[in-house]
Design a protein around this ligand. Structure first.
Ligand SMILES: [Zn+2]
Length: 224
């Protein structure tokens, strides 16, 4: 158990570091203007249109790094700096979000799966800690077991998120180079921005996975 706690703490430190790094990398490449002079909006609009997604609107939203693709309303939402600015960061993030819209259109299997389990995830992740904690306090192993099952749903969701995120980024990189939204020598910056973002998802999944191992360890040690 001691070693497991060390791993969990290490994963937390990795996660905090990843959060700082994604902000730092984004800010750094925000100052580097793209040679084509395209804004995040320009790139997103062009990418959507050339992929048969003319009906998907793009909206600016408040908040830093709040960019996302909304699969329910089929809208690409870009944070204001990404929407309006002509930087390597803006183009990177905008093209990544369009990558999700293209995944949706093509029924990318991992995305379909992610959407399928999403409705249960909020409920499952909300109730799991109470079941596990309650089970330990009242020494009710069945509750702990049930909590572990609910918690597993959340872990599965986070693990499925990883290929979805990596795939959106690799689609984005391919398209922006092919379409000439950036020059070849600017690809390094795009890679840095997208990789920094991906690491935050890896760290979050790692924390959840280790938490799950910890719960299972508690469960099995109590059963003996
Ligand atoms: Zn994403």
């Amino acid at each position: 158990m001691g070693f497991l706690y060390v791993l969990i703490i290490a994963a937390f430190i990795l996660s905090i570091w990843a959060q700082f790094r994604v902000k730092g990398t984004f800010n750094k490449w925000s100052k580097v203007e793209s040679s084509t002079g395209m804004t995040g909006y320009d790139v997103a609009r062009h990418m959507l249109d050339t992929n048969g997604l003319q009906d998907v609107p793009i909206e600016p939203v408040r908040g830093a790094l709040s960019d996302h693709y909304d699969p329910i309303h089929r809208v690409v939402r870009l944070s204001e700096p990404v929407y309006y600015e002509r930087s390597i960061s803006a183009i990177s993030v905008a093209s990544h979000e369009v990558g999700h819209a293209i995944q949706h259109k093509e029924h990318y299997p991992m995305l379909v799966l992610r959407h399928k389990i999403f409705p249960v995830v909020n409920f499952a992740s909300g109730i799991a800690p109470f079941l596990i904690l309650g089970g330990i306090i009242f020494n009710a192993l069945n509750l702990v077991g049930l909590g572990i099952i609910f918690f597993s749903v959340m872990v599965a969701f986070q693990l499925i998120t990883l290929p979805v995120e990596f795939n959106a980024s690799s689609r984005a990189r391919d398209i922006i180079v092919q379409e000439g939204y950036i020059q070849r020598d600017e690809e390094r910056g795009v890679g840095k921005v997208l990789n920094a973002a991906a690491l935050t998802y890896v760290a979050a999944a790692l924390i959840s996975l280790l938490e799950l191992v910890r719960y299972i360890a508690i469960f099995t040690s109590n059963r003996e």
